[in-house]
Design a protein. Structure first.
Length: 151
């Protein structure tokens, strides 16, 4: 897609919202989230893609390829353990785009509710637009599985 003066705002925006119910404590779920987004991160089809997640305000979330090579996905915009982590950055998109990713956790009967939201604005490529909801769904189910194994 090439943007021009007639491009609709809907073509420049991206919004994914998911709710994940986890049968684990708030603290275990938050720790599982940090582990899954960090050293246990995976790309599609279970391919390992470990990331570095500096879990503090302004911390980086990036892929370290060694020899000072890598890809900065985002920075931690906000963190409030164990109920919130929010990122801002291009994520996996290497083109003009801005993304905000929020994980809001709250206690619910029997465990934890994760409210996930990814909103983006920019020249989102069609293949990313098609695959991003499934990719986040996979990541979020792995967070749930990791937390439930930890309890």
């Amino acid at each position: 897609m090439i943007a021009n003066a007639t491009t609709a705002i809907e073509d420049l925006t991206l919004l994914i919202e998911q709710e994940i119910h986890v049968h684990a404590s708030l603290e275990d779920t938050f720790e599982a989230l940090l582990e899954q987004l960090g050293p246990h991160n995976e790309a599609g089809e279970g391919r390992q893609m470990p990331m570095i997640l500096e879990a503090w305000p302004g911390g980086r979330w990036y892929r370290d390829l060694g020899n000072d090579d890598g890809h900065c996905w985002a920075h931690v915009q906000a963190i409030k353990r164990p109920s919130l982590i929010e990122f801002s950055g291009p994520l996996f998109m290497s083109y003009p785009v801005s993304n905000n990713v929020q994980y809001r956790l709250s206690e619910e009967p029997g465990g934890t509710l994760i409210k996930f939201r990814h909103s983006g604005f920019g020249l989102v490529q069609d293949d990313h637009r098609k695959g991003v909801a499934g990719g986040w769904g996979n990541t979020n189910s792995k967070i749930r599985d990791r937390a439930e194994r930890a309890k």
